[in-house]
Design a protein around this ligand. Structure first.
Ligand code: GAR
Length: 197
């Protein structure tokens, strides 16, 4: 059985979309895969309750607990890796996981670590992507699923979803339109990775 571990920081709607796709499409039987755990760096992440309600194991590794250490990022990532590896993941899926990962973490999961980013990469890496797309006068926006490398929001592009920017759009309305497409795209890409590797 291929184990999928999903990392979240907030509402977890992409994680929920993947979980629902796995249920609806019977990934356990068709792809020999299951969502084994949902892990958050924030104890109050809304998505944790959803995961629990679906009978999925959850864990919290709080990044704030490492704030006093000399190398907090490395220490946090080491703790996170220990928790993730309990589930022997075939794939680690970042779904709104708002932490920059260390090279050691990325290397440890090389080839099995993917992320979704709310822009048409390579445009608008980093934060506030929708505001920046609107400010730049873009006529199209979207989201990208990519493999994770040590460079933030870079790495092989696996899929992109494109939406139009409409007159009167705010960052919120645009984010909503993009997010709806993320929910379609991300489960599809994960399913493809489970079949093709
Ligand atoms: C999504 O739009 C995702 O693309 C974005 O955060 C949102 C999470 O929503 N990710 C990033 O910005 C990563 N840098 P969700 O928690 O409801 O899935």
């Amino acid at each position: 059985m291929k184990n999928i571990v999903i990392l979240i920081s907030g509402s977890g709607s992409n994680m929920a979309a993947i979980v629902q796709a796995a249920q609806a499409d019977h990934w356990d039987k068709r792809l020999d895969a299951r969502i084994s755990a949902v892990i958050s760096n924030r104890p109050n992440a809304l998505g944790l309750a959803f995961a629990k309600s679906q009978g999925i194991a959850t864990a919290v590794v709080e990044h704030t607990a490492f704030a006093t250490e000399r190398q907090p990022r490395e220490a946090f990532d080491a703790a996170l890796m220990t928790t993730i590896d309990t589930y022997q993941p075939y794939l680690v899926v970042l779904a709104g996981f708002m932490r920059i990962l260390t090279p050691g973490f990325v290397a440890h999961y090389a080839g099995r670590l993917v992320n979704i980013h709310p822009s048409l990469l390579p445009a608008f890496t980093g934060l506030h992507t929708h505001e920046r797309a609107l400010q730049a006068g873009c006529q199209f926006a979207g989201a990208t699923v990519h493999r994770v490398t040590t460079e933030l929001d870079h790495g092989e592009i696996l899929a992109q979803a494109v939406v139009p920017v409409l007159a009167g759009d705010t960052a919120e309305t645009l984010a909503e339109r993009v997010l709806a497409q993320e929910h379609v795209m991300y489960p599809r890409v994960v399913a493809q990775l489970l079949t093709r590797g």
